[in-house]
Ligand binder design. Sequence first.
Ligand code: FAS
Ligand code: PHB
Length: 397
Amino acid sequence: MTTTRTQVAIVGAGPSGLLLGQLLHKAGIDAVIVERVSGEYVLGRIRAGILEQVCIDLMDEAGVGQRMHQEGLVHGGIEMLYGGQRHRVDLNKYSGGKNVMVYGQTELTRDLMDARQSVGLKTVYEVSNTAVHDFDSAKPYVTYEKDGQQHRIDCDFIAGCDGFHGVCRASAPRGAIREYEKVYPFGWLGLLSDTPPVNDELIYVNSPRGFALCSQRSKTRSRYYLQVPLTDKVEEWTDDAFWQELKLRLDEEGRDKLVTGPSLEKSIAPLRSFVTEPMRFGRMFLAGDAGHIVPPTGAKGLNLAATDVKYLFDAIVEFYKDKSEAGIDDYSRKCLGRIWRAERFSWWFTQLMHRFSHDEKITAKFQNAELDYLMHSEAGLTTIAENYVGLPLDFGR
Ligand code: FAS
Ligand code: PHB
């Protein structure tokens, strides 16, 4: 067993772990990251596409925002398509001047990986049997296996950035944790293609055949989603079948403009709302998907992870620089306030835009009536816009 020491042991090299590691490095705080899979595998997972200003600011604070600003696309609006009609939500106007940025999670993760590697910071990929120990003491540690060798990392803090299926939340004492979950009766079939986007801005579709989303990664790369039954298997969906179904859910303008092409990636993601309370267990802190999951309808998953990381980073810096535990004691409360607001919006937007088989007819009428109200009401447009771009960090204070 080899033993090393660091200040913060980070489990997981997804966006949460990498962003935290980069921020800590900039603050002169040592951190080691252990990751279950390879870096290539992490980059191969196609996930989020929309960044809120909070996430953009954090990437800048971490010193890795250059390519994001060069290649990211600033969007001031989204379109809602229902009843065969499109309605634009002017995000910028109804959020008091804010926008979102189209910049894929893959690119954000790549920027963070490159930055970490360029300064020789330690990330151990393809580890196995990660375990977290003594986090209820001031001397926690992490163990893992690599190439048949057992390793131990002594540390002051453990950051559980290991996603929904990670080991950190699973290691929290059952009596100390409350979990809230809602599983949706459908999934999202996603397709990535090197084809020009069907529209300048994203289109969220509520059609009688189900939800669809027309998103993008650049002017030449598109990302599309279809609501599908949970029983569907991705291998059952040919590219042609995907494009045909998407056309059936779009309006005439969309059908005319849609450029189809071979898929670079296709996958089905289940949808769930999930929150863990609290997010702190002694010297172990959960951040990102390790602590919560949202249905991707509201584009909140990655952005919530970024806010957790900001709160955790600020708390750790305060511990070392000001010898204060106020930030770490307040971590859960600060995260959960923002998490529940984002969970509520993601659930609401999912209920509004997806077709539910139970009492289908009357629910569809309610949805169309609600959409009609929202699109013709300043209050309605404001509630969508201010939640979609991300509520301010001091909201409700
Ligand atoms: P991640 O899950 O990204 O990273 C956790 C890391 O920990 C992984 O690399 C994992 O391999 C590692 N790990 C797990 N267990 C470990 C162990 N025992 N030891 C070491 N390492 C371990 N969000 C959106 O906003 N829009 C979307 O469209 C969207 N689509 C998604 C589709 C899917 C299929 C999934 C699963 C999520 C999607 N999300 C989306 C949410 C997603 O973007 C997350 O919010 C984001 O990946 C959160 O990042 P992390 O918290 O770093 O968790
Ligand atoms: C994406 O581009 O992957 C994306 C965009 C907006 C969402 C969900 C996913 O709400």
